[in-house]
Write a new protein. Structure first.
Length: 167
């Protein structure tokens, strides 16, 4: 199993348990909404006599979550356009510096990243934003956008902001 962690703070953001596609500067992951919560199975018993798991007056309702977000404990955050641009510029500079230190030619990557950011800003209101479990404001922000059908969620991760660990 491969786990993808943020290169700057080590937050686990993704794993290969989900189908990952490479798209320019990003990995794109198609998520699914799933229901989490108590499962009710009718076995014919008297629920009032057998139900000792719930406190009196307390009912636990199922919750619908996004599987990738839930599995990696991502935390939703919010940005306005100006704050996001400030964050992404600083973040991409940190990634570029890391790539340069590793001996990579960063000019082509920077051009691709700038084009990607322009596309995000042009459709800014369609995105939701997630951070890793530590909620580090200087680390990667994962973007979520629903597909053309309006239902299928896609998560976008900057590839060079992740390191891979195999287990």
């Amino acid at each position: 199993m491969k786990v993808y962690k943020d290169v700057f703070n080590g937050d686990e953001l993704l794993s290969d348990s989900f189908p990952i596609k490479e798209d320019g500067v990003c990995y794109v992951v198609e998520g699914k909404y799933v229901t989490r919560g108590p499962v009710s199975i009718d076995i014919g018993a008297n629920p009032a006599a057998d139900d000792d798991t719930e406190e009196e007056g307390e009912e636990k309702a199922p919750v619908t979550v996004l599987n990738v977000v839930d599995a990696h404990r991502l935390v939703e955050t919010s940005y306005d356009k100006k704050n996001y641009l400030g964050h992404i510029k600083a973040y991409l500079k940190r990634v570029s510096d890391k790539l340069a230190a590793d001996g990579s030619d960063v000019r082509a990557w920077q051009q691709q990243a700038q084009e990607w950011v322009k596309g995000v800003v042009a459709d800014f209101d369609s995105y939701r934003f997630y951070t890793g479990e530590q909620m580090d404001p200087e680390s990667m922000v994962v973007l979520l956008k629903h597909g053309e059908d309006g239902k299928t969620p896609f998560l976008y991760y900057i590839r060079h902001g992740l390191r891979t660990e195999s287990y």
